[in-house]
Design a protein around this ligand. Structure first.
Ligand SMILES: NC(=O)c1ccc[n+]([C@@H]2O[C@H](COP(=O)([O-])OP(=O)(O)OC[C@H]3O[C@@H](n4cnc5c(N)ncnc54)[C@H](OP(=O)(O)O)[C@@H]3O)[C@@H](O)[C@H]2O)c1
Length: 257
């Protein structure tokens, strides 16, 4: 595979890092020159990673093209490029439908949407794909878990889950800052929270037959401290509000596509 990236930002950089830290990877990677600093540092760090003179040179040198630009840039830039019918385009752009991308990349027939997460840099986490494609599934499967979905509506619904990372870290930060306010050393509190949630994160995989609701029940001993926090947050409408935010993201994603 000759893999090219249009847009060398945070996500493209994470993918290249995950790929090129695999043992024995032989994929040839060509990066578009923006962001200049990120592209240059990836090329300096990894063999077989080069920076092209411009976006068109990426297309001309590669068979598989990943689109890692922001939506507004994609609208400006993609229609000006000469794609070939034999290109395989993999769009990482979260808010564009497959059809919208297909329209912008002219003669290309094979267009796949992929949504990895930043942890792909250490080859962890899922990447959702639409439509199912064995080559793209094999590529992302080496960099974590590839999840192929059969409909764009399922892809859109799964995409909503990716809007929750910042709130997750805010949840951890709330615990950490509370610990600091109660005399726990900053680094010790951080390590404790990180280790606690890394261990809790294992629970769904180690008990695959248990639903999340069941896990919540299991951890909420009747009359215990977990039950109290869960009940109080529920009574305050925290989880209802959270669901409403997910609905809002879903409306935003589906309206955009
Ligand atoms: N980051 C994530 O976790 C994540 C997750 C899922 C999906 N996505 C999607 O991935 C896409 C990229 O996100 P990102 O977070 O990687 O954004 P980003 O860090 O802003 O990267 C976008 C890159 O595009 C470059 N660029 C700007 N104009 C360009 C042009 N004319 N030609 C080529 N490249 C150009 C920018 O370079 P300059 O810095 O020089 O402007 C920047 O490096 C977005 O569409 C987003 O929806 C991101």
């Amino acid at each position: 595979m000759k893999l090219g990236f249009i847009g060398t930002g945070a996500l493209s950089s994470a993918i290249v890092t995950g790929l090129k830290t695999l043992e024995c990877d032989t994929t040839s990677v060509i990066l578009s020159p923006r962001n200049e600093e990120i592209a240059a540092s990836l090329a300096a760090r990894f063999a077989d990673v080069h920076v092209a003179a411009d976006n068109q040179a990426v297309l001309d040198a590669c068979d598989t093209i990943m689109l890692g630009v922001r939506p507004q840039i994609a609208r400006e830039v993609l229609p000006t490029l000469r794609f070939r019918p034999d290109h395989h385009v993999v769009s990482l752009i979260a808010t564009f439908s497959r059809d919208e991308i297909a329209e912008m990349v002219g003669p290309v027939k094979r267009v796949t949407k992929a949504l990895p997460m930043p942890m792909i840099a250490i080859r962890q986490g899922p990447t959702i794909l639409f439509p199912p494609d064995p080559d793209v599934a094999a590529f992302f499967g080496r960099l974590g878990q590839a999840i192929e979905v059969a409909s764009e509506s399922e892809f859109d619904a799964l995409s909503v889950a990716t809007a929750t990372y910042a709130s997750y870290f805010k949840y951890l930060e709330t615990i950490h800052s509370w610990l600091k306010d109660h005399g726990v050393d900053d680094a010790k509190g951080r390590d404790y929270v990180a280790s606690l949630f890394a261990a809790l994160g294992q629970a769904p995989e180690t008990t695959p037959d248990l639903s999340f609701a069941h896990l919540a029940e299991d951890y909420a001993t009747r009359g215990g401290i977990n039950e109290q926090v869960l009940r109080e947050l529920t009574e305050h409408g925290t989880f209802e509000q959270f669901r409403e935010s997910l609905d809002g993201i879903h409306r935003r994603i589906t309206a955009a596509s």
